[in-house]
Design a protein around this ligand. Sequence first.
Ligand SMILES: [Zn+2]
Length: 216
Amino acid sequence: MRVLEARVERRVSSSLTSRTINILKEDAVSLVLVVDKGGMPKDWCNFEVAACYYAKDKVIWELGEKVKTMFGGHNYRGEQSRIDISCIIGVSGPLLGDKFYNQQTKFADRMTLYSRDQHMCAYCGNEFSSSQLTIDHVLPKSRGGSNQWTNCVTACRPCNHRKGWKTPEEAKMHLLYVPYAPTVHERILLKNRKVLADQMEYLKASIPKHSRVWRN
Ligand SMILES: [Zn+2]
């Protein structure tokens, strides 16, 4: 197990090597849902990071189907170590790279914001791909507008440009929807749209039926 742990740690820490990037691409289709020991979903992680939790004996319970088997080194008897990774893992102690969960009011990444707004421009109402979208601060940053969920909306480039440093009222551009701060469970669901059935079941139990995330 020590050999595997060292290998996994090396791979996780050298995050910019082409090998790691290839691994991340290959595994981009599904992720592991990381839950704390109290059952609160915390974040998604790739199989490499999940293997690290296993190798460090941080996984205290598992749920759902096994989604990946990772192989490590051989011991003196020639047996190869292996880790079968479940799609939901309960972990103890601090999380690896625990940034997402701690950002209660600020959004962690633009893709989650676009996902919250269903890729729809808040001003013209048209749908765009992520590359055509921008984040608009309802009260502009230059006038003290914060980076919080409730002050940020998805906007297409032309609308964002037209609005500039004005408020929606000043620009005579009315918001088509009210920006809201998703709960932790909602954010976790919004962050990964390729959610496996077992993971969806787990998250569904914690998100009310009237939540806007179900409109996606
Ligand atoms: Zn627009």
